[in-house]
Every structure is written in C-alpha cells, then in structure tokens.
Ligand binder design. Structure first.
Ligand SMILES: C[S@@+](CC[C@H](N)C(=O)[O-])C[C@H]1O[C@@H](n2cnc3c(N)ncnc32)[C@H](O)[C@@H]1O
Length: 311
C-alpha cells in the first residue's frame, strides 16, 4: 500500500512506516500514548511495561528508517517512560540535541501528589553533524525588550531557574524560545483553539517552534500518532508537506475536517508569546475590584441576586 502525502491515513503506524520509502521524511514529530491508562477511543493505553517498550522500539526504529540522513525526530513523552525511550532511541541510532521540558499550565489537578505540569520533548537527529536548525526562525523579543525597554536585556536571555513558581507570567525573563524549558498553556477545554474531539491536543504554537526550527518550507513532516492532527495542521499552515497516521477512524475523520478548514499561510492558533498574553499576578483582577452582579442566572432565568450575610 502506498500513502499519499498531504493526507492523514487511518492506519497502524508500525505497518505504515514499514511501507514508506526509506529516507523520505525530513522531520518526524511523535506524541505517542504514554502508557498511563489514558482513555482513547480505540487504543488501550494500559499495557504491560515490556510490551509497551517493545512496541515503542518498533515504531521508533520505523521512524529512524524513513527519515532522511539529515532528518530530525522529536519525541513527546511523560515522566513514566522518558528515560527508557531516550535510551531506546539512542540505541536505535538517534543522537540527542536537546532535552526540552515543556512546562504547561491547565494540567490535570492531582490530590495526593504534585499536579502534573510538564512533559519531555526529546530533540533527536540521525547525524550529529548534519541537520536543520533554523534558530533565526524562532527568535522573538523578550518581555524585557517588549514590556520594560530594558537596555540590560540580554538578547539571548538567561536559563530559567529550577525553582518552583506559581505563574510563569511573573518570571518575565525566563522560558525564552531559545532555552530548553518552554512554557505554553495546555489546550484546555475552554480554549478557542480546542478542536473538541481529542483530550491530548497539543498547542499549535509549540509545534510551530519545532517545525519552523527543524524543517524548511516544502519539506515533509510526519506524525505517526496524529491524534487531533495538530502537527499536520501546523505543517500545512507553515507551507510544509505533511503525512499522518492514527488507529482511530473517528480521530482521522475529524482530523480531516480540521485540515480541510485551513490553508498555507493561515496564522497558528494560540498566543505566540504566552508569557505576555495574560496579565502578571500584580496586574491581575481581584474579586474585590469587580462590581457585584445585581442579577444571577437561576434555572435558566435572570433573577435579582439575594443579599449575602457579608453584604
Ligand atoms: C497522545 S495522542 C496524540 C495527540 C496529538 N499530538 C494531538 O495534538 O492531538 C496519541 C494518538 O496515537 C494514536 N495511536 C495509538 N496507537 C497507534 C498506532 N499504532 N498507530 C497510529 N496511531 C496510534 C491514538 O489513537 C491517539 O490518537
């Protein structure tokens, strides 16, 4: 079977990768199931550890085979298997360029442990001396430059501290695009960007940084685990060719709808500079600053608000 480019296919990626020509892909981005019992519609995300690791080695080897010699592979993975999949990828022949930590807000709240707020993004290349890295394509002015007009602003910024912080917006000189700790909010249920059919939808701006820096317009971007088709949507908007697989017929159908509704040159969804897109804590709204509403909704009707005891 052959797989057309600029398309998403309903297929198991291990089978599909084996059928693609070797050395045909410029950039692969994979956000596989993390084996944490997440509820997908078709895929069972609760496998025996060894079964999951064997399966992972197979698809990673498939990606390695289809990449060009100067190709790049990005892998998104959770804490549970990050170490294992990094070693497995290196054993298969990849070289690690960066171990990026994606720090996000709007994660799932936990009650008996610290809430999950990061994932790992491994940047691998096939050849450590020959690969695409367009650093100019991903530079943006810092908040010091944008907001404070600070002459002391280091054009390359500084490494963020490994300190616990409550809101990244209060850390104006951290999380710069050229550093390896990235901040983008997760695509939460209320976000306009949300396609609405896949719980693991990645932010377009995150994929934008990866695709701009590691591929050129016209090159082929592959996503073996397309999900809601974020990678493919961003590749299409940025004028790359694109190819994706998913085992869910439903995700593929809805992904096609998402992809048909956009075109090359369209703006990426989400704020390009998430640090300055929301107010700092100091400039945020306080409840006491908000006027009390005189009417409230009750049973679908607007009724006068009853006075509270502290009114
Ligand atoms: C974490 S999600 C990807 C989410 C995606 N990055 C996005 O932004 O929406 C993983 C996807 O892999 C798919 N999947 C699982 N096993 C697969 C396989 N063998 N081949 C292709 N897709 C698979 C699942 O159906 C699921 O949609």
């Amino acid at each position: 079977m052959s797989y057309d480019c600029d398309a998403i296919h309903h297929a198991d990626c291990i089978t599909a990768l084996a059928e693609l020509p070797a050395g045909s892909v410029d950039l692969a981005f994979a956000d596989p199931p993390f084996n944490i019992g997440y509820e997908y519609d078709v895929y069972d995300d609760d496998r025996e550890r060894d079964t999951y690791l064997d399966w992972s080695r197979k698809w990673i080897a498939g990606v390695h085979r289809v990449l060009k010699d100067d190709g790049t592979f990005w892998l998104a993975i959770g804490d549970e298997y990050a170490a294992e999949l990094k070693l497995a990828s290196q054993a298969i022949g990849f070289h690690t360029r960066s171990w990026v930590v994606w720090y996000y807000t709007f994660g799932v709240n936990c009650t008996k442990k610290f809430s999950r707020s990061h994932a790992h993004l491994f940047h691998f290349v096939k050849d450590p001396r020959r690969f695409t890295f367009n650093d100019e394509a991903i530079r943006v002015p810092s908040a010091r430059q944008l907001v404070y007009g600070d002459r002391r602003a280091n054009p390359r910024g500084r490494l963020p501290d490994d300190t616990w912080i409550l809101r990244p917006h209060d850390c104006s000189d951290g999380f710069r695009p050229d550093e390896d700790t990235w901040y983008f909010p997760r695509v939460a249920g209320t976000f306009k960007e949300r396609a609405g059919f896949h719980g693991c939808q990645m932010p377009e701006q995150l994929l934008g940084r990866i695709i701009r820096s590691c591929s050129h317009p016209g090159e082929l971007v592959l996503d073996p685990f397309a999900g809601s088709s974020t990678t493919l949507a961003v590749a299409k908007k940025l004028g790359r060719r694109w190819l994706g697989f998913d085992v869910s017929e439903d995700y593929v159908r809805r992904g096609r709808e998402r992809l048909n509704a956009i075109g090359p040159g369209d703006a990426l969804d989400g704020a390009p500079e998430p640090l300055v897109s929301a107010p700092t804590t100091e400039n945020g709204k306080r409840l006491e600053d908000k006027p009390r509403r005189r009417f409230v909704r009750r049973n679908g009707e607007s009724v006068p608000r009853l006075p509270l005891s502290d009114d």
